[in-house]
Design a protein around this ligand. Structure first.
Ligand SMILES: *Cc1c(COP(=O)(O)O)cnc(C)c1O
Length: 396
């Protein structure tokens, strides 16, 4: 026996992924983020990024990061509970709390970690979780880590949630219940029906958590998110946020009632056992929050771009699915068609990714277009023109 044999399963799995067209291939970017980027040596229109507001390469954020490095250096040196935390971190948390209109927030190293920290701190094996069937992978992993039974309800369907609550949590039979939903769903761009979900949480005395990774910077007043959009302040127990999408940097945070946030400082394992965000990240995020608090102009530009693109694509005969946000799926059906479409777009200098099973159901493959405030109308027209040209080439 050699070592090769015991790793054969990896080669087999890789061959399967390749055969089924599921192998992840990562393109290399050679420029800063923006409407146009250089990818694998080619100057392309960027329709892939979550950089909704252009903050990833904003001069004000860059300057804040540089100043933070000069003042605090590059690393946090250890986990916050052991080595202390910087004023930059506590300032960011206070700013985010004011911006989100919640009692308190706590930052984490990523949105993913924020879910992993929060869910196991709220529920355990004697409790029950009710989770939208299309929730993000990091929610699913957080749920699994908690050890609580996970009951999936139909996507964005309050009636299905109520059926499951009646069946699995009648009269509050389990110790505790937690309802979890994405605020905006990342593959379809639809918005969770929060008012109805909150009412059910109140009726059945369940906790409710919203992961607003794609809502922050996008929905609500100046991008305050889905809870603000629906005026549900104080009625959602806890929100997960990311600092890597509209905020343009990296990191995550949890926002909500002070009692929960303080509990996470005691129990959130990525807080206790993993080092904090760097000073540069935190300072850049703080600058992003300040910009949003002072002006809604970038969020308005994002929305006018999204409406412009969607309308023109629909007029050209494309199906934009259920999208209610700047996430714009161009529904193509077959995964091979979507992949070929994406490849030809790239040859036409348009960078837009095909998404197929298992990320979306079989037969619902698409190109997922991410609109940003950095795009000009001229950029969007360029993209639309290329979509139409490729569609003709492929006989669509
Ligand atoms: C992107 C995303 C995350 C992960 O955020 P990161 O900061 O990139 O780790 C978590 N939840 C949802 C719903 C997301 O869309």
């Amino acid at each position: 026996m050699t070592n090769i044999d015991k790793l054969q399963f990896i080669a087999d799995e890789r061959a399967r992924l390749e055969r089924e067209g599921l192998l992840v291939r990562v393109r290399t970017i050679e420029s800063p983020q923006g409407a146009w980027i250089t990818v694998d040596g080619r100057h392309v229109l960027n329709l892939c990024s979550n950089n909704y507001l252009g903050f990833a390469n904003d001069a004000r954020l860059r300057q804040a990061a540089q100043q933070a490095i000069d003042r605090f250096g590059v690393g946090p040196a250890a986990v916050r509970s052991i080595a202390g935390t910087t004023t930059l971190h506590t300032e960011l948390e206070a700013k985010l709390a004011r911006f989100k209109r919640v009692e308190a927030t706590i930052s984490f190293q990523s949105g993913f970690n924020s879910n992993i920290a929060t869910i196991p701190a709220l529920v355990g094996k004697d409790d029950v979780i009710f989770s939208d069937e299309l929730n993000h992978a990091s929610i699913i992993d957080g749920c699994r880590l908690s050890g609580a039974p996970i009951i999936r309800y139909e996507h964005c369907n309050p009636a299905s949630l109520e059926d499951k609550l009646k069946e699995h949590y009648p009269g509050g039979s389990a110790r505790r219940a937690l309802i979890i939903t994405d605020g905006v769903f990342s593959m379809d761009g639809d918005i969770a029906p929060l008012p109805a979900l909150v009412e059910l949480a109140e009726k059945y005395n369940a906790m409710i958590m919203v992961d607003d990774a794609h809502g922050e910077g996008v929905l609500g007043e100046s991008g305050r998110g889905a809870v603000d959009h629906f005026h549900m302040h104080g009625r959602v127990d806890v929100e997960i946020g990311t600092l890597s999408k509209a905020f343009g940097v990296v990191g995550g945070f949890v926002a909500g009632k002070r009692i929960i946030i303080e509990h996470l400082r005691q129990k959130g394992r990525p807080f206790l056992f993993s080092s904090a965000l760097t000073p540069a990240d935190v300072a850049a995020c703080s600058a992003a929050v300040e910009i949003l608090e002072s002006s809604g102009a970038l969020v308005e530009k994002l929305w006018s771009n999204a409406r412009y693109f969607k309308k023109k694509m629909q007029d050209a005969g494309f199906d934009t699915g259920k999208s209610e946000t700047p996430i714009t799926p161009i529904m193509l059906g077959d995964v091979k068609v979507a992949q070929e479409f994406s490849r030809r777009l790239f040859e036409n200098n348009v960078f837009a990714m095909a998404i197929g099973f298992p990320t979306v159901p079989i037969g619902k493959a698409r190109i997922r277009v991410m609109i940003s405030a950095t795009h000009s109308e001229h950029d969007l027209d360029y993209g639309i023109e290329k979509f139409v040209a490729v569609s003709k080439e492929l006989g669509g």
